[in-house]
Design a protein around this ligand. Structure first.
Ligand SMILES: [Mg+2]
Length: 340
């Protein structure tokens, strides 16, 4: 509808697609938001005794998503990956801002996008509180704000030798989906349907993060690949780790692949948005209870070791056998290397 498109300026875009939905949500939302969309700034009022967690993620067409990506799913994922960062810190969502560059004003695209973003925002009680639109290559940038009791946000730096290492859900499915879409691997339409939501509609583990506040010693969300991300915890906590490759939680779909692909995708596939965390062995029963309560598998995949400097900080074991440094390095390689 080109004639209608031309009549939309920036203000109209915000008004039509984002402000009404934001206002409706805000009327039901947290006391922390004093002022939402419509002024020069939004105003947040910190909850007494809490700290504000802030995270930002940008998605760029062609780099983070395909050009023909479904706008509703794209919107959902753009907010989900930010909520996943809040989850990894044990923060409860407060609100988010959205900056979006659009190559053209496409009414149907914007309608689907705004519907998608408000659906997930509503699901996680995280209202839109501000933003910006401009012309440019399709780029979606979201900043999310969350809240956690003072001193209780879970950092990457708290892992200690002897802690268990855990991961939620299953890992490697988003990578398996990508492999199928890239025709690196053949999956039937039915098989693809069973797992593609893992890539297109990741579930931020907000409830898990909040429950882990008093249990986890360190945590992060798995965005770039389990082992590569775990290394961030090891670096920041100045510890080492032993990971049991055969214990990594894999979906039924991934288990149908060769052992080499299973291990590669589970160990280093990106985009899973599960929570990897460390905790004292004394918390095993509590973690099992959380797993049951949330109907979410939480699997113990290794343990934190002292970093003596004499050995590799990350050692992988497969059915009890220690992998060589070369084998470990191969598993840590990104999927692009794997594809070649
Ligand atoms: Mg993260």
């Amino acid at each position: 509808m080109p004639s209608e498109s031309k009549s939309f300026g920036e203000f109209d875009l915000i008004q039509r697609f984002f402000k009404t939905g934001a206002d409706q949500m805000r009327s039901n939302s947290d006391q922390a938001i004093v002022l939402g969309i419509g002024d020069d700034c939004a105003l947040l009022k910190p909850i007494p005794g809490e700290e504000i967690a802030i995270t930002s993620d940008m998605l760029v067409e062609g780099r983070h998503f395909f050009t023909d990506a479904d706008p509703g799913l794209l919107a959902r994922k753009a907010l989900a990956v930010n909520l996943s960062d809040l989850a990894a810190m044990g923060a409860k969502p407060l609100g988010f801002t959205l900056a979006i560059a659009l190559p053209k004003v496409d009414i149907a695209w914007l309608e689907a996008f705004s519907k998608g973003i408000f659906a997930i925002a509503d699901q996680y009680s995280c209202p839109l509180i501000g933003g910006d639109t401009t012309a440019g290559p399709l780029t979606i940038s979201i900043t999310a704000f969350g809240s956690a009791p003072s001193g209780k946000a879970i950092r990457r730096s708290g892992a200690k030798a002897g802690d268990d290492i855990w991961v939620s859900g299953t890992v490697g499915d988003a990578r398996l989906t990508l492999a199928a879409l890239r025709h690196e691997i053949n999956l039937s339409t039915i098989e693809l349907k069973e797992i593609e939501h893992r890539m297109h509609a990741p579930v931020p583990r907000i409830d898990l993060g909040i429950k882990l506040r008093s249990i986890a010693s360190a945590a992060l969300d798995v965005s770039d690949g389990l082992l590569g991300d775990l290394k961030h915890i090891l670096n920041q906590s100045q510890v080492g780790a032993e990971v049991f490759l055969d214990q990594l939680p894999k979906s039924v779909s991934l288990q149908k692949q060769s052992e080499a692909i299973q291990n590669q995708f589970a160990a280093s596939g990106g985009d899973d948005y599960e929570i990897c965390f460390t905790a004292l062995a004394a918390h095993r029963d509590a973690i099992d209870a959380i797993s049951k309560e949330l109907h979410l598998p939480i699997t113990r995949i290794g343990r934190i070791t002292a970093n003596t400097g004499a050995t590799e900080t990350l050692q992988l074991l497969n059915n009890g056998d220690l992998l060589s440094d070369n084998q470990t390095a191969a598993l840590l390689k990104s999927f692009d290397h794997f594809a070649k």
